[in-house]
Design a protein around this ligand. Structure first.
Ligand code: ZN
Length: 162
């Protein structure tokens, strides 16, 4: 069965930046699953997997614009330290949920200087080309329930608790 719209794809993957540093990889015994065409993985990878079958290995370099997008300098802002309330020790690299005009967003502390804290609301992988090595472990039809929900159920996918 070929990968295409409304298929559930199970895969092992490793993703590296342009310096060859591993950014993320699936657990060897626990491949991830996604619903093809539902925006569950970055667009550049999704289109590269179109038409592949179980057992195929795919190496693809996805430019930033087809991954998590380019960095937006406007998302780097200075805020007063008191905005972090009771957090005792603010350090670069710490991440927080912040409320913005566009809903909740994760921000990363990039610098702490006196009473001012510089935060970055870009996705940590924004502006980076992502180099994927993928091995397709399985392809199946999505259930009608999965199509309604827009995500995969069961192993490697979404678990409902209700
Ligand atoms: Zn669901």
């Amino acid at each position: 069965m070929q990968i295409g719209p409304d298929k559930v794809v199970t895969m092992h993957y490793t993703v590296k930046n342009d310096s060859g540093e591993v950014l993320d990889r699936s657990d060897k015994n626990e491949p991830i699953s996604y619903l093809h065409g539902a925006g569950g993985i970055v667009p550049g990878l999704e289109s590269a997997l179109e038409g592949k079958v179980t057992g195929d290995r795919v190496s693809v370099s996805v430019p930033a614009a087809q991954a998590y997008g380019e960095r937006d300098p406007a998302l780097v802002q200075q805020v007063p330290r008191r905005a972090f309330g009771g957090t005792p020790k603010l350090e670069p690299g710490m991440r927080f949920q912040a409320q913005s005009d566009h809903g909740a967003r994760t921000v990363t502390v990039v610098r702490v200087q006196g009473d001012m804290v510089t935060i970055d609301g870009n996705h940590p992988l924004a502006g980076q080309n992502l180099n994927f090595d993928v091995e397709i472990a399985g392809v199946r039809e999505a259930s009608s329930e999965e199509l309604t929900h827009g995500h995969v159920h069961g192993p490697g996918g979404h678990h409902h608790h209700d």
